[in-house]
Design a protein around this ligand. Structure first.
Ligand SMILES: Cc1cc2nc3c(=O)[nH]c(=O)nc-3n(C[C@H](O)[C@H](O)[C@H](O)COP(=O)(O)O)c2cc1C
Ligand SMILES: CCCCC(=O)C(=O)O
Length: 387
């Protein structure tokens, strides 16, 4: 038991801050503009409450979910984040080993400080069946994008995650204030080395540019890998993506680092899930910090959730072992929450078990006489009474 003198709960970000150079901590922690979207990703979970079901029996809990033909041990993956060697000298190799050791699928970023081939090798040395996906920003030159896709394929990645929320780079207030725009000597975006148009041995800058649906069709021509769109918030984009043959979606506002007033990921999730209507898996990331966040996201339509900063904090403080512990703790927490919600499987968590905090609320779903048809948490209108 923790007593009144046990102090506040452990804050992983605070522990990491003590380890990192201030400008590197700020790069990892920060968001765009006034950091509204960044804060809201976490706060929006806090505005939701769970209605657990009771007397559902069964001790045969199973947290596995199926995504793009693979069984994941839990509805959890590592979201792509840049520059892991700023957090720890072992960088992406440590992250990859820890993810593989816990069976957690890893999305390795194009902006990694370790080449994708080395990341996949580290993961597969730990677990030959490790799932590694490659995150891609479409580059202005087709041959550069093509080469990056080829490298991901050759490395053994099993899906391409195309980030579509970054037609331009977000205005990161802390980075501007700190003057942080370059990696320190010795570190580079290794996937960008020796690409077409660059001098031998040199790395190219990562470009962000507005892309269109035709670019996606062009990518489809380049590869047979499943395509996952990351950074969708509007239900019409989700619908269009499914119609264009995209294999999965990630509902995400890029950890609050792009559009400052963007909806929190969990706020956008229900309408996207409704538009997709089960045709492809809907993943989400942004603000997931504990088992109850995972349960809320699943109940609102996500198949699995990604974590970004929690992995960086664990890497900074504990390297490979730290990431292993953080991922294991999240998974165990989710398992316990699932049990407390009366669930046996992730899909037992349903939208009628989610209500907005604050009175009055009205349960909705199959047993309710009234409620939002989409599974959206019911938001009382002004003057509306619940009794
Ligand atoms: C330091 C940092 C770097 C990131 N780099 C990338 C990136 O290169 N590509 C990308 O698609 N998303 C990137 N993201 C966004 C994450 O994939 C993810 O959407 C976000 O971190 C999830 O929110 P969370 O940090 O609250 O878990 C980055 C996020 C952070 C914090
Ligand atoms: C050029 C690297 C981009 C990394 C990124 O996406 C982020 O910092 O959010």
């Amino acid at each position: 038991m923790t007593g009144p003198h046990a102090g506040p709960p452990h804050d992983p970000a605070e522990s990491a801050r003590e380890k990192l150079r201030p400008e590197h901590y700020d790069y990892f922690a920060g968001g765009a503009g006034e950091e509204t979207a960044l804060r809201e990703n976490e706060d929006a979970f806090g505005r939701l409450a769970l209605l657990p079901r009771v007397l559902r029996g069964g001790t045969d809990r199973d947290t596995r979910v199926s995504v793009l033909g693979r069984r994941w041990p839990a509805p959890l993956f590592v979201a792509p984040t840049a520059f892991h060697r700023l957090a720890h000298p072992d960088g992406e190799l440590a992250t990859a080993r820890a993810a593989a050791a816990t069976g957690t699928p890893l999305v390795t970023g194009m902006a990694a400080t370790t080449a994708v081939a080395d990341v996949v090798t580290a993961a597969r040395e730990t677990d030959p069946d490790a799932v590694v996906w490659f995150q891609l920003y479409l580059q202005p030159e087709h041959e550069v994008t093509a080469e990056l896709v080829l490298r991901a394929e050759r490395a053994g990645c099993s899906a391409l995650v195309v980030t579509v929320d970054s037609p331009v780079f977000g205005r990161r207030t802390r980075d501007l204030r700190n003057g942080f725009h370059d990696l320190p000597p010795g570190l580079a975006a290794e996937n960008m080395r020796d690409l077409p148009g660059a001098a031998p041995g040199e790395t190219r800058d990562i470009a962000m540019r507005p892309a269109g649906w035709d670019d996606l069709a062009g990518l489809r021509e380049l590869t047979d890998l499943p395509l996952v769109l990351k950074g969708v918030l509007h239900p019409e984009d989700a619908r269009a993506a499914v119609e264009q043959g995209v294999d999965a979606l990630v509902v995400s506002n890029h950890g609050g680092r792009q559009l400052d007033a963007a909806a929190a990921s969990v706020e956008a999730l229900p309408a996207v899930a409704e538009a997709v209507a089960g045709r492809v898996p809907v993943l989400m990331d942004g603000g997931v910090r504990r088992g109850t966040d995972i349960a809320l996201a699943l109940a609102l339509g996500a198949r699995a959730v990604g974590v970004g900063r929690p992995v960086l904090w664990a890497l900074a403080t504990g390297g490979e072992a730290g990431v292993r512990e953080a991922l294991t703790a999240l998974r165990e927490d989710f398992d316990q929450v699932l049990a407390l919600c009366g669930g046996h499987r992730p899909q037992d968590l349903t939208a009628d078990q989610v209500v907005p905090r604050g009175l009055p609320y009205r349960p909705q779903g199959p047993t309710a006489d009234q409620g939002a048809p989409s599974g959206l948490p019911h938001r009382p209108r002004r003057g509306e009474r619940a009794w």
